[in-house]
Write a protein that binds this ligand. Sequence first.
Ligand code: C2E
Ligand code: CA
Ligand code: CA
Ligand code: CA
Length: 279
Amino acid sequence: AKEQGKNNFQWNRAGKNEQVFAHMELENDLRKALDLRQFVVYYQPQINIQTGLVFGVEALVRWLHPERGLVSPGQFIPLAEETGLIAQISEWVLREACRQARQWQVEKSQYFKVSVNLSSSQFQQINLVDKVRDILRETGLHPQYLDLEITESIAMHNIDYVVSKLTQLEHLGVHISIDDFGTGFSSLSYLKKFPIHTLKIDRSFIQDITTDPDDASIVTAIRSMARSLNLDVVVEGVETIEQLEFLRTIECDKVQGFYYCKPVPAREFERLVVAGTLK
Ligand code: C2E
Ligand code: CA
Ligand code: CA
Ligand code: CA
């Protein structure tokens, strides 16, 4: 048993080294990924179930790694934050999403609001507002068609700073959404301080909404609070017709989820949405 324990220990150490090595390799690859044009933006439609129309689209980044294949943001965004690469990657995503949205306007006469995720560290960037303004100018996208998604976690930081940043962004004319609403453990007082437009209800509340009365109550309450605060609501993670029907009864009209469409590359999005073949 002792012998085995020793082997085990050595094996673990080798395992640890391998992990460190794999991590370093991934970090190296990530540094080169922008230059090598390995990032792609996928698009997921947001649908108004009253009208059946697509009113918006969320831009979601993917990394097309030559050996690993399609790497999801959950796997590399944390690494990108850790290494500071997030700033460049995010700027690229923002520019690409604005460029694409403008192209759909010019070439297809389709005016979607495009939602882009801002990481917390990106929000702390000193020149964020200038960057957004420059990118809008450069791509020709009118600010009313850009929606920036931030999470409640930014409300944990210096409130005055956050309010001033958001106010500057609002003056640019862009929309601000709170992503993953309800998961952030923050006080709701920021809702009256921040110039925001939309609450995106996290999909964890939707998963069991037809069977769990608590989830149903939470979503109903958020909906009614949002209405009295004059905020829009988008429900994330709608996967089934039953969820959709329930949301209809509580007048949550704006949804996003696999029921309609998973995130897809731009060409596929055109085929499905612009050509009007979405269900
Ligand atoms: P998120 O902003 O909450 O994005 C929604 C995530 O839920 C996406 O995962 C999407 O594919 C997934 N999703 C959409 N509908 C459904 C559904 O009906 N069921 C289920 N189970 N999932 C659904 P994805 O694309 O893997 O992105 C994960 C997270 O990575 C995002 O969560 C966002 O926080 C982050 N992320 C993605 N792109 C970017 C980016 O460009 N910049 C930054 N900073 N973060 C990003
Ligand atoms: Ca989001
Ligand atoms: Ca979300
Ligand atoms: Ca999320």
